[in-house]
Design a protein. Structure first.
Length: 89
């Protein structure tokens, strides 16, 4: 049969609509529970002894090099002179 929207699983992990989690006064992020920065744990893997920027999980093949790339378009630029346009048309 046809599924209604209420039959579909909820994929969002954010707060319920109309509610916002408070901003942590320690790290400035929005999260519940104990602040990982205050506890000295990595935001990426949750282990102690290093920060997210130094996390060994950042070196996986799927993410290596992509963090430094800025989104944007790339392409070629072609120019044509008036003389070339009149000779080819």
């Amino acid at each position: 049969g046809v599924s209604s929207p209420t039959d579909l699983p909820i994929l969002s992990r954010g707060p319920p609509e109309g509610y916002a989690y408070p901003v942590c006064t320690t790290c400035g992020r929005i999260h519940l529970g104990e602040c990982r920065r205050a506890a000295g744990t990595c935001f990426k893997c949750g282990q102690t002894g290093h920060l997210q920027k130094d996390c060994k999980k950042n070196t996986t093949a799927s993410t290596s090099g992509q963090a430094d790339k800025k989104p944007g378009a790339s392409g070629h630029v072609f120019t044509i002179t008036e003389d070339h346009a009149t000779k080819t048309s």
